[in-house]
Write a new protein. Structure first.
Length: 73
């Protein structure tokens, strides 16, 4: 979880296939070259490609990626 400058909480996870994604999305996640997913009560966004080491990023680095991600609502 990260919090943006407006105080909105975003859940961040990579787009690897899971039953959770299959139930949430109208289409299956990409198997090759997965994206990074950002979900909040206001929006759902994807960033491609997903950085391999995104889990080591600081909150500030993830916020910068969030700003580049495209809305997929």
């Amino acid at each position: 979880m990260i919090v943006d400058e407006r105080g909105v909480e975003w859940e961040v996870y990579d787009e690897t296939w899971s039953i959770r994604l299959a139930l949430e999305w109208d289409h299956l996640p990409q198997v090759e070259n997965p994206g990074l997913i950002f979900v909040s009560p206001l929006d759902r966004r994807r960033l491609w490609p997903c950085p391999n080491d995104w889990r080591t990023f600081s909150d500030a680095e993830l916020i910068r990626l969030l700003e580049k991600a495209r809305s997929v609502l």
